[in-house]
Design a protein around this ligand. Structure first.
Ligand SMILES: [Zn+2]
Length: 323
């Protein structure tokens, strides 16, 4: 069925995205997303390779610049957050299969210098569930203090509800309990080091920016959005000087204005969102498929995406409009 769909669909390009691939979910993402197992990831790759041709970031940028519509069914893999898992688990698989990929880095976190606030929240939820009674009381008192409304305390909901601009709450709480984010960073090393990034780049993998420290762009002013984007791109230029200038939005790009794209146009070859098969008025902004959301087999997942698109097109709902 997928083969038949591809014969008629204009959507010949797919851009799958992942964070990591693991048989056992790492402690820092247990409440955030469900990574694919190695076996599932290899199944995904087999399906992509059967129906689509793997293309490089260079090829993707070129076809976009030359305004060439990709005629052959093609795919390009992407990985967000710059996790070390790419170096240890994913790269060996992709090198064997000769499949190119782009990794998007949060530049403040390279070399395990800091940790994404959502990963911090996740680690504290894990810590709470194994904490002593005394420590659990510290959590409750802390949350009671911060919560303005007098509702029942739900530790998990509170921690996962912490927004980018409240992320200092996580560090305040950490300082009151027997837990250390820097110990976690030093021991587990969840992020890629610059040395590993350079080695991967030598092997042919391509890199893009994913902001400095992973804010939700809708919660930022335009000025802050531009600063996060330009500074992270500048870090890449200074440290690894990638040929293609690319960026993927942290979380998603919902609510990001047309003005942002106008201001970034001269700095970027492509920006990437996460709205599946949706299309943009902004020609250099492409959307990707969240493979960690799929719980069916990859072929069925793709068929479902094409069917969803087929319903949206006549209603004009396949295009994202920006103010
Ligand atoms: Zn991310």
């Amino acid at each position: 069925m997928l083969k038949k769909i591809l014969l008629t669909s204009k959507n010949k390009l797919i851009l799958p995205f992942y964070h990591l691939v693991a048989d056992e979910t790492p402690q820092y993402v247990t409440h955030l997303y469900k990574p694919k197992t190695t076996k599932q990831f290899k199944q995904d790759l087999d399906v992509f390779s059967t129906y689509y041709k793997a293309i490089s970031l260079k090829g993707l940028v070129r076809s976009l610049k030359e305004n060439k519509i990709i005629k052959n069914a093609s795919f390009h893999l992407t990985f967000d957050d710059g996790l070390q898992n790419f170096y240890t688990e994913i790269a060996p698989i992709l090198l064997k299969k000769k499949i190119p990929a782009t990794i998007f880095l949060n530049t403040d976190f390279v070399d395990n210098k800091d940790l994404f606030f959502r990963y911090k929240a996740n680690l504290l939820i894990e810590h709470y569930s194994n904490a002593t009674k005394i420590e659990q009381d510290i959590y409750r008192n802390f949350i009671n203090e911060k919560q303005k409304i007098n509702s029942k305390i739900n530790i998990k909901r509170f921690l996962l509800g912490i927004k980018f601009k409240e992320k200092h709450f996580l560090d305040e709480l950490e300082s009151q309990i027997n837990y250390s984010f820097s110990d976690f960073l030093n021991i587990e090393k969840p992020y890629l080091s610059l040395t590993q990034i350079k080695e991967l780049q030598e092997q042919g993998f391509t890199f893009g920016a994913h902001s400095c420290n992973h804010p939700l762009y809708t919660d930022l002013s335009l000025k802050e959005q531009l600063k996060q984007t330009k500074e992270s791109l500048k870090w890449l230029d200074e440290n690894i000087n990638p040929k293609q200038k690319v960026f993927s939005f942290p979380f998603h790009d919902i609510g990001v204005s047309k003005e942002f794209f106008i201001k970034m146009e001269s700095h970027l070859d492509i920006s990437f969102g996460t709205s599946g098969f949706k299309k943009e008025e902004v020609p250099f902004h492409l959307h990707r498929l969240d493979m960690e959301k799929s719980n069916t087999n990859p072929t069925q997942f793709l068929i479902n995406e094409y069917l969803k698109l087929a319903i949206k097109i006549p209603l004009g709902k396949h295009k994202i409009k920006r103010d």
